[in-house]
Design a protein. Structure first.
Length: 291
């Protein structure tokens, strides 16, 4: 089994189970079945269902190979409706996925932990871990959420954070290395900076225009290195020693096949440092993801 592919995680964000299915050439359920079977054969290590709705979880549960070959990660409900609701939703997610237990449950917005209900929510998630419903609890964070501070204060088992060859902030400043040194696993996400790496510089969102020159240089360096953005982006993320897993999405079987093939290839020999974007506004997808 290729160790780089086993480090790869499949995210459900792009499965498209809740919208646009009537425009597809084939039923999304059949596509998901084939994608999950392919991921299992290839040895993909993690299945992150964090973006799935209740319907999406049910479809994934119905189509997932048995026994599940993946370390499955689910999202926690927000805690503003009380800790009992958080637990009920966690149990419902497991039921929809056809699992008695999962690898991890993740807080999807780190800021929720600093609300009036934050500690009650976190304590309930740790209780679910102690009961054996989840092996680990984690927090999904942005760079601005201070992952090191989160790890010190809440002592999660996993921190999920953005990092890519374009957005190297948490790598350059040592934050993710520090998190790993605390014994916390790091799952990298947004490894293509919400698709910015694939966009021609002229089609970058307005909020990312300040980074056009650096984006142009990165794409040129990738081409000159006889690589492509998919292989370069995956190669960079999978080669990072801070990462225990790298989460990427795919919309269909063909995309997933390309991702697995790229992940299985040796990382290209490129000057990663010279590709990083330093403008913080250009690195904040909350400003331009909908552009």
């Amino acid at each position: 089994m290729n160790p780089l592919v086993s480090k790869l995680g499949l995210g459900a964000a792009q499965f498209g189970l809740d919208s646009g299915a009537h425009n597809r050439a084939r039923a999304p359920e059949a596509e998901v079945r084939e994608m999950l079977a392919l991921a299992a054969r290839a040895g993909v290590g993690v299945l992150d269902t964090g973006a799935a709705s209740a319907h999406g979880e049910a479809v994934i549960g119905a189509m997932m190979p048995r026994p599940s070959p993946f370390a499955v990660t689910v999202k926690a409900a927000r805690g503003d409706r009380g800790a009992a609701f958080v637990e009920a939703e966690a149990r419902a997610s497991l039921a929809r996925l056809g699992l008695t237990k999962a690898d991890a449950i993740m807080v999807q917005a780190a800021g929720d932990l600093f609300t009036s209900y934050g500690w009650a929510m976190w304590d309930r998630l740790k209780t679910l871990r102690d009961m054996g419903l989840f092996a680990r609890v984690g927090i999904s964070a942005y760079a601005s959420d201070d992952p090191v501070g989160l790890a010190r204060r809440f002592k999660p088992d996993i921190i999920q954070a953005p990092a890519s060859l374009l957005d190297q902030r948490l790598l350059v400043d040592g934050s993710l290395a520090a998190v790993r040194e605390m014994g916390v696993d790091v799952h990298l996400r947004s490894i293509f900076l919400h698709g910015l790496l694939f966009r021609p510089p002229g089609r970058a969102p307005n909020e990312a225009k300040a980074a056009v020159l650096r984006l142009s240089r990165a794409r040129r360096m990738i081409a000159e290195g006889r690589s492509d953005p998919l292989q370069a982006g995956l190669g960079f993320a999978l080669s990072r020693p801070e990462a225990s897993a790298v989460i990427d999405g795919a919309a269909n079987f063909a995309e997933l096949s390309a991702v697995i093939a790229a992940a299985a290839s040796p990382p290209p020999d490129l000057d990663w440092d010279d590709m990083a974007i330093e403008n913080p506004e250009a690195l904040d997808p909350r400003r331009w993801a909908a552009a």
